[in-house]
Design a protein around this ligand. Structure first.
Ligand SMILES: [Zn+2]
Length: 456
């Protein structure tokens, strides 16, 4: 696929550059994968390239899914109504059956669902690695989908509930991650390899990461100038283990001992934090992915999002994997994030729609280290854009565009998706992936995987 010159005209433009910034009717020019003009009115005649009629639609930045496990779409609604650690043991057990074909088919379906719901950047927090091939397959799937990706290839080296086949020594894991990065950089044209960045991290410290591993991860990440992604303080049970075994008040305090913090670190969940830990996240610039639907599904609790935002912590939004969501619908997550904080604080005005939309766009981009690349619609940024069709009974009439995008819009309202200037979906028809084939392969992969899991 090659990025073509494109002009999208006649649309309402929501650039997400400020709460008052809305262009009622305007156009956006895209050249060589970048946004070159964002203007009110009609485009000048004779611009050339593809012309897209955006009338009746809202053009906004593509959504940023700051935390997910794409292949888990194969595990929707398989294990539910279980305590967190018991559920996690079942998820880890999948490593004994997971092969690269499952990883490829599952990740492709996960990408398709994200893409059709208006997500243009996914952070894949990858953690089941019974061999090096599953991560290779997952990277291949993201690459094929055309989505912008952050591939956080994490490591587990200990833990009673972690099968031996997916435990790695730091050296073994680092070699595999270096091979993965070299393969991606060497095997693709530069525009494709630039669309994917890598991270590492402990998966769910401290229950599956030894102190030695934490120390080595910081060193490895610094050496390669890559970021870190970790599940942090997701449940009370994880905080209890931290207190009992490491004599620290919480997971953030424990990670601080090893330098796991800072602007290059994403702490997914961050549900159970002390006020001191929130202050520490703010002081160090550590970023958070808030995953409210997953937290509700697993009964984990409500993250202190309002408190984190007030302290100056950068917070993005994630769906988490479909094994604990059970979808990849980020518009649903936006609405849930907004409503959940109102419930928690019993205050309808505690969070405003624009702030929640920021979390799903530009703040999410910053969380992933991509704040200068995407997340807003302005000249110079890469063209990661979506058109949302608002001529729908559940959206009309429009009184407050921000509130209605946060609370009325549905993933199925997304009409057109562009990443890096390439059209990945138009009129809800996916261009980069064959939908029928992707569904068929995923169904076959699920059948094979579940047959193996039940006998594993
Ligand atoms: Zn997760």
């Amino acid at each position: 696929m090659e990025a073509q010159a494109t002009t999208i005209s006649g649309c309402t433009i929501l650039p997400m550059t400020g709460s008052g910034d809305v262009i009622e009717s305007g156009y956006v020019n895209v050249r060589n994968g970048a946004i070159t003009a964002v203007e009110a009115g009609e485009p000048p005649a004779g611009g050339g390239g593809t012309l897209i009629d955006g009338r009746g639609k809202v053009l906004m930045p593509g959504l940023v899914n700051a935390h997910t496990h794409l292949y888990q779409v194969l595990l929707r609604a398989v294990w539910e109504d279980m305590p967190f650690l018991a559920w996690l043991k079942r998820i880890y057990g999948v490593a004994e059956a997971l092969n690269p074909e499952h990883a490829l088919a599952g990740t492709l379906l996960g990408c398709l669902e994200n893409l059709k719901g208006g997500v243009t950047t996914v952070c894949e927090h990858n953690f089941l690695n019974p061999g090096p091939e599953c991560a290779v397959a997952a990277v291949e799937a993201i690459s094929r989908s055309g989505l912008r990706g952050v591939f956080a290839r994490t490591i587990m080296d200990t833990g009673e509930i972690v099968p031996d086949c997916t435990k790695e020594t730091p050296e073994m894991a680092f070699t595999r991650i270096e091979e993965l990065m070299a393969r991606q950089r060497g095997g693709h044209p530069s525009s494709e390899s630039d669309r994917l960045t890598f991270r590492t991290g402990p998966n769910t410290p401290p229950i599956n990461a030894s102190p030695d591993l934490l120390r080595e991860i910081r060193r490895f990440a610094d050496h390669h100038s890559i970021g870190i992604s970790a599940h942090v303080a997701e449940s009370v049970s994880v905080v209890d283990v931290t207190r009992r075994e490491h004599d620290r008040e919480g997971v953030v305090a424990h990670l601080k001992d090893f330098g796991i913090q800072g602007e290059d670190a994403i702490f997914a969940h961050s549900v159970h934090l002390s006020p001191e830990e929130i202050a520490h996240l703010a002081e160090t610039g550590t970023c958070v992915s808030h995953n409210p639907v997953s937290n509700m599904m697993l009964g984990d609790g409500i993250a202190p999002v309002v408190e984190m935002l007030a302290a100056g912590v950068r917070v993005g939004l994630g769906t988490d994997g479909a094994a604990s969501n059970h979808s990849q619908d980020l518009f649903e997550t936006i609405k849930t994030a907004s409503l959940l904080q109102k419930v928690k604080h019993q205050d309808a005005g505690v969070i405003d729609p624009y702030s929640v939309l920021r979390m799903a766009t530009i703040d999410g981009a910053h969380v992933l280290g991509l704040g200068s690349v995407c997340g807003t619609v302005e000249p110079g940024k890469r063209a990661d854009l979506i058109l949302v069709d608002i001529q729908k009974p559940h959206f009309q009439p429009v009184n407050d565009l921000f509130s209605q995008l946060a609370h009325c819009a549905k993933s199925t309202d997304v009409d057109t998706v562009m990443v890096d200037g390439m059209l990945l979906m138009r009129d809800r028809q996916c261009i980069s992936l064959d939908e029928d084939e992707t569904l068929l392969s995923a169904r076959a992969a699920r059948e094979d995987l579940m047959a193996r899991v039940s006998t594993a």
